[in-house]
Design a protein around this ligand. Structure first.
Ligand code: SF4
Length: 340
């Protein structure tokens, strides 16, 4: 019989587990400490539970920790890991160290349904939702787990298309009984899937990053089919109802493509649609590849956009390109390795 995983269970569910195996209800708090604070990999390490209790737990449950199967390391220190997940596929997690932080980018789905034209994951199709355990395991099982200062949910998949499991993962990461991280250390990205985004905005305090990539609806449709179902205009109207002027932040990701979204017309429209919203724009260099007809804009065009937007009141930075030599862009390692 396949054992049930403990990783991912919240405090109420751990209470049920305790009662199921004849442990007292307060053992739930002890288990949560072992799972989320001390981060043990086996039930046998939960040494303040009775021996009998641990044996009973071992009969039906296991922690659910799984090591990555593959690591690629860039000359710039970026490391990409492949993790097996419960739907039978593999997903990527990317560790990105910098001078003042150590960030992990995690995946929420195996593949993706969104089919963004510039994204390798989009071309893989959708293969399954990640469980809460699958998401937490990426964070807990990289060798650098203890050094992490930030999490970005920007890997494979659209997080708001797996919003139940996303919100439960964020709960474990931020709850006092869980990892007790500040929600300000976590940023979740979306293409703008409104139903999931609405729940995320109400039920979490984590930062938000929106993949914008083109301010004109007709043009955005060409590279991001989601625009046909959920218009950027409606996404922005929703976001503007929430407070991003204080501790919580919203940023907009903008991959700059040559001749597609790098003109003064785009800069003016960006400034117009984001007026009144305290936010930042991250301009991103595209990793050119043979499989995609879109190409990265020149350094001059990217610098032009940055300068225009900064001069017109929107804080805009150019994101450092990391890990190009190990294909750290969304889905690229999986596509190259095959999902064996
Ligand atoms: S960019 Fe994100 S949402 Fe779009 S296809 Fe890739 S993984 Fe999916």
């Amino acid at each position: 019989m396949q054992k049930e995983y403990l990783l991912g269970k919240n405090i109420e569910e751990l209470r049920e587990v305790a009662l199921n195996v004849g442990l007292p209800a307060f053992a739930a708090k002890q288990m949560a400490d072992w799972l989320y604070k001390k981060r043990v990999a086996t039930i046998d390490e939960m040494s303040n539970l009775s021996k009998k209790g641990r044996e009973a737990l071992n009969q039906r449950y296991s922690v659910g920790r799984i090591d990555p199967t593959h690591k690629a390391e860039s000359v710039d220190g970026t490391k990409k890991y492949l993790f097996p997940v419960s739907c039978g596929e593999k997903v990527e997690a990317v560790y990105i160290p910098s001078a003042d932080r150590a960030t992990l980018c995690i995946s929420t789905q195996a593949g993706c349904k969104m089919h963004c034209k510039f994204c390798m994951t989009g071309t893989l199709g959708f293969h399954g939702q990640l469980t809460v355990c699958d998401m937490l395991n990426q964070i807990f099982s990289i060798p650098e787990a203890d050094q992490l200062t930030n999490i970005v949910v920007m890997g494979m998949g659209e997080p708001m298309d797996n919003v139940d499991n996303l919100l439960r993962t964020l709960e474990v990461m931020t709850a006092e009984w869980g990892c007790a991280w500040s929600p300000r250390r976590i940023t979740v990205s979306t293409v703008g899937l409104i139903p999931g985004l609405e729940r995320f905005l109400h039920e979490s305090e984590c930062h938000l990053a929106v993949s914008l990539h083109n301010p004109f609806s007709r043009e955005r449709e060409d590279i991001m089919p989601v625009e046909k179902a959920y218009r950027l205009k409606e996404v922005l109207e929703l976001i503007k109802q929430f407070d991003f002027a204080h501790q919580r932040r919203v940023s907009f990701e903008y991959i700059v493509f040559a001749g597609v979204n790098d003109t003064i017309r785009h800069a003016v429209e960006l400034q117009k649609i984001l007026r009144g919203l305290p936010c930042r724009i991250n301009l991103i260099r595209f990793h050119d590849s043979d499989q995609c007809e879109l190409k990265c804009a020149s350094d001059e065009r990217i610098a032009f956009l940055r300068d225009y937007l900064n001069e017109n009141g929107i804080t805009t930075t150019i994101r450092q390109s990391r890990g190009e030599d190990i294909l750290a862009a969304c889905g690229m390692l999986i596509a190259k390795e095959g999902n064996q």
